[in-house]
Design a protein around this ligand. Sequence first.
Ligand SMILES: O=C(O)CCC(=O)C(=O)O
Ligand SMILES: [Fe+2]
Length: 538
Amino acid sequence: MLIQLGGLIELVNPSTRRPDRTRQPSSKRQGSNETQHRSRYHSEGKKDSPQNKDFLEIRSLLTNFQTNFQKEIIDLKSNLVSQESRLATKLTALNEKVWPPANAASDTTPQDDLADWLVTNSQEETSAGEGDPTLPTSVCQVVSDCFEDLKIEDVTEQIPFSDTNSSSRGRKLAYFGNKGYSYGTHRHLPRPYPECDVMSKVVSGLSVIDSGFNTADFSCLVTLYPDGRTTIPAHSDDESQIKGGSKIWTVSFGATRVLEFVRKTGSLVEHRVAVKHGSVYCMSADSQSHWSHELIYDPTIATPRVSLTFRHIVDPPPRQPAPPIENAPPKQQHTSKQKILFITDSVLNSTPEFLFNKVNNHRCIKTRNFYMTDIPKYESEFKHCSMVLLSMGINDMSCSREGRPHMSGSTLANWASKALTAYCSRSRNTTFILNSVLHTRHSWLNMEVDTFNSRMRHLASTIPNLNFVDSHAMLTQSNLAHRVDFVLDKHDPRGTHLTHEAKRLVAHGMTRACQHFALSGVPSSCNGLNFPFLKTGR
Ligand SMILES: O=C(O)CCC(=O)C(=O)O
Ligand SMILES: [Fe+2]
């Protein structure tokens, strides 16, 4: 008979069965249940029956089982204790190895037992563009399993979140620290750290990881993301209130979410890092001038995540006294950069300018404009631009608002053909890039969209400095296309707004188009290229 007990294999062989001890003196039998049971069997005269043999065998197995089981529990307990102390030692070691002081030897290699650091480039999903595919450790370094014993429910219950004023696009916020902190439109006032189990465990854990960490200098911004639809858009924590050379620590609880790092300078580089429950990631404050980070939208995640971000906050720099009024106006600073004018309706309005600023020596100026037929008001700008990116048309075809006529696809195409032909010929040194109009949830409208797009594609092939970027084709050829919800925002009743992922894809394609034209230089050499991207691209 073969019995497996928690990893221990025991072979029980009938020939090696223990001798029957039931005939021993009664004083030796006392205190053992096993012997008492056996005695009862004897008194019933069943000593040699097959049932009795089986019974004895089973009893002996059970006794063995009990002994082994107790031994395993003791082992497990002692394992736990040693794991805890190993973690503490590891954290101290990590701090020394991964964040060596400036004067430390640079050739220190991480030890094998640092394996639970998620080396971020192994997490990488996408890396577009040239350049080093490895995410520098100063940009983001993740350590897992630090606080995994804390429960997300405890975090949400114990952290005193502020009132609804401190909520931002579905995120719930709480701020603690000796100094206030402002970013964007948010102003957080100083507030004492809460005295709760979660905060004290997180704070003492971080003090082990980073000996320079303390709550007198570091403030804590707690953010609750109720589900995967709640995100934090691409940004950098680059406020002057964050001490230069300091580290920004973030502890993560609840759902695993993906952070995306995008390099703001040079060629487009993207890295994705998954942060799971109990993990900690660290960014250097200095990396913020070159990298943005963003929490990725993921509608499949239905559970909350809470992050606690700790920054070393200093007083804001003193305001400069107003310069004396001079008679002559200050000289304008001219730049050698060239201008990309990006005119877009609301569909791509959230596309950040900095994506286009990465195009060699270019700066992007974004303007929101709802109707294509309003383009004439920007014409005086065109000759100052190296590129004009146009992304609109859906409103002209779908709405009849503000006294505007509702235009069919071919009426709008007639109008656009005339206008664009004129602009392209009057600003020959400017490259015009027309983005295709994207599909909606309405099939009648999509027919108009198709008519318009195919006319524009054709027009671009006849005008040297007009180019057509087929974002619609890009999306339908992408891996987002298999579900309409991955492309169109479910919550938009008009169905004309894109999901975060789809917007990113389109923005990426348009950036690549601009890069292509920036590198090829002369617009006339482009000869009306059409871009259903990445097929003909570099
Ligand atoms: O939740 C996160 O991990 C990111 C938070 C963040 O980027 C911020 O608060 O600035
Ligand atoms: Fe941030």
